[in-house]
Design a protein around this ligand. Structure first.
Ligand code: KG4
Ligand code: ZN
Length: 352
C-alpha cells in the first residue's frame, strides 16, 4: 500500500509518499518539505495570505518531485491523503484541492486528514507501537495531552488555555531579538545560560487538571528582561535557560497528571509519545526520558523531522485510515478549527 500525503496547514508545504511495510510500520519513499520561513521573516510571524500564495506556487512541482523520488506515478498509488485542517484556511484549501484533484484524476481513494491526528499517529510510522498510548502534542499551534486509544479514537486530557508551547518559545525569541522559529534559537542560547538565574513561575503546577497556561510565564520572562535591560549576550542566554527550565518543569508536572488521568480513564499505557515541533527540544526530550523511566512506561519520540510539520505524517495517517476502510468523500470540507476529541469541540479550549 502506497499513499501520497500533502501538508499545507501552516508555513510548510510538504508532499511525501509512504509505503505500508508488512510489519505494520511505514517506509518513507519520498519526503519533500519547503519551508516558507524566509517569506514571513520580515513580519515576525506567519502571514496567512502570503502562506496561501506560497503554497499555490510550489505545490504542483513539490508533488511531482515527491512522486519522482518515490519512483511512482499517480496511478501506482493506493490512495491520496491531504491535511484538511485545522490550520490557516487559505493554505488548507490549496493542499486539499490538490489532493482531491489527484485522487479524482487517478481514480484513487481519498483521505481528508486531521493534521493533529497525523501528529498523533506518526509515532507508529517509525516503529512498532500498539494502542493505547499517552501523547504530548506540542507545536507552534497546539499543545495538548491526548489519550490515543485507536485510529479515530482520541480523548483530550489537557490543553493549553492560552499560548501553545512553541508559540511561547517563538514570542520569547522575538522579544530577545533571536531569529524565528524561536524554539531552536532559544534552545541554542539556553545551552550557555544559567537556568537558575531568574526565578520564573511554573504556571498551574500542582493543579489536578492536565491543562497548560504559558502566558504568565511569558510575561514574567519579559519583566525579568526589562528589569535588567539593556541585555548583554550573557543575559539573553540566562533568560533563555531560565525560561526553558520553567517550561520543562511545567511539562513534566502536566504529564504526571496526564498519565494519572490516562490510567483512570483508559488503563495501562503502552508508551508515552512526544510529537510536534517542540518535541525536537533536547532538554524536553531528556526530561521526558527521565519521567518515563520513573513511570515505567517506554518513551517514543519520533525523529525530529517527523515531529515538525511534514508530508510523511499525512501520508501515514492516510494509510492508517484507508486500511481501516475510512474513505472520505471528495466533498470533505476544509476546516480551520477541528479538534480531535469530539467532546472538546464544545469546550472553551477548542484552540487548535
Ligand atoms: O509542528 P511544527 O513544525 O509546526 C506547527 O506549529 O504545527 O512546530 C513548530 C514549532 C515552533 O513554534 C517552533 O519554535 C517549535 O515548534 N520548535 C521548538 C524547537 N524546534 C521547533 N521549540 C522548542 N525547542 C525546539 N528545539
Ligand atoms: Zn503541526
Amino acid at each position: 500500500m502506497r499513499v501520497l500525503g500533502i501538508e499545507t496547514t501552516c508555513d510548510e508545504t510538504a508532499a511525501a509518499v509512504v509505503r505500508l511495510r508488512p510489519d505494520g510500520t511505514g517506509e518513507i519513499l519520498a519526503d519533500e518539505v519547503m519551508s516558507q520561513i524566509a517569506a514571513h521573516a520580515a513580519y515576525g510571524g506567519v502571514v496567512p495570505e502570503i502562506a496561501a500564495r506560497a503554497h499555490v506556487e510550489i505545490i504542483d512541482s513539490l508533488v511531482a518531485r515527491a512522486l519522482r523520488r518515490a519512483k511512482v506515478v499517480a496511478r501506482d498509488l493506493d490512495g491520496v491523503a491531504a491535511a484538511a485542517g485545522p490550520g490557516l484556511i487559505g493554505g488548507v484549501l490549496v493542499g486539499l484541492m490538490t489532493g482531491k484533484g489527484i485522487a479524482l484524476a487517478a481514480g484513487k481513494p481519498f483521505s481528508a486528514v486531521n493534521h493533529l491526528e497525523a501528529h498523533a499517529l506518526v509515532a507508529r510510522l517509525s516503529q512498532r507501537l500498539a494502542f493505547p498510548y499517552l501523547l504530548l502534542l506540542a507545536s507552534g499551534g497546539h499543545t495538548q495531552i491526548l489519550a490515543v486509544e485507536d485510529v479515530g479514537l482520541y480523548e483530550r486530557l489537557g490543553a493549553t488555555m492560552d499560548d501553545a508551547i512553541g508559540e511561547a518559545f517563538d514570542k520569547i525569541a522575538k522579544m530577545l531579538g533571536l531569529p524565528q522559529p524561536g524554539g531552536p534559537a532559544v534552545e541554542a542560547r539556553a545551552r550557555e545560560g544559567d537556568p537558575n538565574r531568574f526565578a520564573l513561575p511554573r504556571p498551574l503546577i500542582g493543579r489536578p487538571s492536565a491543562d497548560f497556561s504559558l502566558s504568565g510565564l511569558k510575561t514574567a520572562t519579559r519583566q525579568a528582561a526589562l528589569s535588567i535591560a539593556p541585555l548583554r549576550p550573557r543575559d539573553v542566554a540566562d533568560l533563555c535557560a531560565s525560561f526553558q527550565a520553567a517550561v520543562v518543569d511545567v511539562i513534566e508536572d502536566r504529564m504526571r497528571i496526564g498519565l494519572r488521568l490516562f490510567r483512570q480513564r483508559v488503563g495501562a499505557a503502552q508508551a508515552i509519545v512526544i510529537s510536534g515541533g517542540v518535541a525536537a527540544n533536547g532538554e524536553i526530550r531528556d526530561a521526558m526520558a527521565r519521567f518515563c523511566a520513573q513511570a515505567g512506561v517506554p518513551l517514543v519520540a519520533p525523529p525530529p523531522a517527523l515531529c515538525t510539520d511534514n508530508g510523511a505524517m499525512i501520508a501515514w495517517a492516510g494509510i492508517e485510515r484507508l486500511r481501516r476502510g475510512f474513505i472520505d468523500d471528495l466533498a470533505a470540507p476544509a476546516r480551520p478549527r477541528w479538534p480531535l476529541d469530539a467532546s472538546a469541540e464544545r469546550s472553551l479550549n477548542g484552540k487548535a
